[in-house]
Design a protein around this ligand. Sequence first.
Ligand code: BG6
Length: 272
Amino acid sequence: MLEVSTAWSTAEIYLQGAHVTHFTKRNEPPLLFLSQCSRFEHGQPIRGGIPVIFPWFGPREGLGQHGFARVKTWELKEFAPASDGSVSLRFRLPDCPEASAFQPFNVDYIVTVSDSLKLELIVTNNSKTEEFVFEDCLHTYLEISDIRAISISGLRGTRYLDKVANFAEKTELDDAIHITSETDRIYLNTPGAVDISDPRLGRKIRIEKQASLSTVLWNPWSVKAQQMPDFGTEEYERMVCVESGNVASNQIRLPPGESSRLTVVLISNPIS
Ligand code: BG6
């Protein structure tokens, strides 16, 4: 695990999964939620922080949920403190047997720690002839005061697949979404920023993104929380996942020789 400290913030990143588990600005509560019950075991995903989901999202027959990138031990390739005080780390997904089912590819992940947290997932298709079809997602667990006290905005008017209603296709009608039960939605064609307003913490979190057409909103709520062995029964109250990526019908079809660069910036500010 790597610890990074800047003038504004601290962060922790595990080589397993290139998984950011902590990002905390000075004089602020942590930005990322991490479960007290998380396993930190080889081959098991960490519960909380930012799992890197690649090359598929969700279940896949005979294979692990959400792809293999989140359970592989990534290589640290570069560590670059910049003159503006920010620190960038670049990780590379190592070769692994699971990758042989796909076109030849490289994946780099750049984490930049400053007064915000910037994440860039760069996928390169090394094939000279075939396109590379995949899904990616930065499965961000955000720490909040209370799930009943926050609202989420930026998605009004968009279409989503409601996974708790058997993938029914719906349209988001609310300017400010309030979560009051199990929520598991894939919002499609949503390239814009999403805001979480948390008046009790006096904080607004902005999730800015580029090259991401999907936004996943997830909270397991109480019943599902009890079924998850690596998650506390009441922890659903203190977290919400707002995930940025390209999944389902937004999957990426990368032409030979090209790269995609999913970029997410997490910014927090006091609510005035
Ligand atoms: C979300 C999915 O992204 O991740 C949910 O939409 C899933 O369906 C959740 O339950 C957690 O997945 P996992 O594999 O980390 O338990």
